[in-house]
Write a protein that binds this ligand. Structure first.
Ligand code: PBG
Length: 328
């Protein structure tokens, strides 16, 4: 990538290709497309329910009927994919609602696919929204049990696939879950259902607003024994390598903005499709600052989303999807 063979200033002037909007547009290296955007939805039981999430202006918890209205809008905006999170009426120790045939996600997925067959439905596979203790796995002696959790995650993934999910996205960070889910999907005949693994998922304070949205805050302790330490980059590469070996079709880095170096390192290290999750806190910070008139929310949004793509992401899960699609 060196320019040593090329003439230097004053023959070389990089400003020449910045002179007009048209020229800048022609030579822009990274462009954002509507097809890159995945929009998260928070789905609750009941009917005619729509409540704004106070820490995420413009984002709502919705019952299935309102989710269908929302999906119609997404389709009309040109958004191709949604990521579903469910909030069950009742929670228990083993997160039964996560793998119930008539669970909230299972019902929502069936309804969405029936009404909008072309919309790509991705389902988040995790237990934290469904467990009374709010952890992403089975808890014994105050510790999240890895291997016992795998069976439940596999059952959850299969129930989502049976309901019609197009892509399965495990976000729990248990060891071996991609292999367990792949095996279970294959045994149930879903050999063609891709897995988008939350591979390098960090224990992050940027998830704060999401936990209000999904009502999934841990009731004791934190997620540090399963989610990654934010100081680690080599370990992230090991997590990603393992998920690829276990059968992940798409690997994810999450959050995105404080982890752009990892998106780039993943791109350079593995020849794999990459998803980045522009998480709740990253959204709320921009909305809060814009509401105060401290920065231009739309411009900052486009700069952030473009930076995530420039770092190497193929797709971006983002609460900005609708706002961005209106501009694109
Ligand atoms: C579930 C899950 C979380 C997010 C996505 N899936 C929360 C967590 O791990 O605590 C965070 C998404 C966001 O902040 O937007 N495990």
């Amino acid at each position: 990538m060196s320019n040593f063979n090329q003439p230097n200033f004053p023959v070389r002037r990089l400003r020449r290709l910045r002179r007009s909007t048209a020229i800048r547009d022609m030579f822009r290296e990274t462009s954002l497309n509507k097809a890159d955007l995945i929009y998260p939805l928070f789905i609750v039981e009941g009917e005619n329910f729509k409540k704004e999430i106070s820490s995420m202006p413009g984002q709502y918890q919705m019952s299935v009927d309102n989710i269908l209205i929302e999906c119609a809008e997404l389709v009309s905006l040109g958004i191709k994919s949604v990521l579903l999170f469910g909030i069950p009426l009742e929670k228990d120790e083993v997160g039964s609602g996560a793998y119930a045939e008539d669970g909230i996600i299972q019902r929502a997925t069936r309804e969405i696919k029936r009404t909008f067959p072309g919309l790509v439905v991705i389902t988040d596979v995790c237990l934290c929204e469904y467990t009374s203790h709010g952890h992403c796995g089975i808890v014994e002696d105050g510790y999240v049990q890895n291997d016992a959790t795998l069976e439940l995650l596999a059952a959850e993934a299969v129930s989502h696939a049976r309901a019609g999910a197009d892509i399965i996205a495990p976000s729990d960070m248990m060891d071996g879950r991609v292999a367990a889910i792949r095996k279970a999907l294959d045994e149930d005949g879903f050999t063609e259902t891709p897995i988008m693994a939350y591979s390098a998922k960090f224990s992050s304070a940027f998830y704060g607003p999401f936990r209000e949205a999904a009502e999934s805050a841990p009731q004791f302790g934190d997620r540090k024994t399963y989610q990654m330490d934010f100081g680690n980059s080599d370990e992230a590469m090991r997590e990603i390598a393992l998920d690829i070996q276990e059968g992940a079709d798409i690997v994810m880095v999450k959050p995105a903005l404080s982890y752009l170096d990892l998106i780039r390192r993943t791109k350079d290290t593995f020849n794999m499709p990459i998803a980045a999750y522009n998480v709740s806190g990253e959204y709320s910070m921009v909305k809060a600052a814009a509401a105060n008139g401290w920065l231009d929310g739309e411009k900052v949004m486009m700069e952030i989303l473009t930076s995530i793509k420039r770092a190497g992401a193929d797709v971006i899960i983002t609460y900005f999807a609708k706002d961005a699609a209106r501009i694109l």
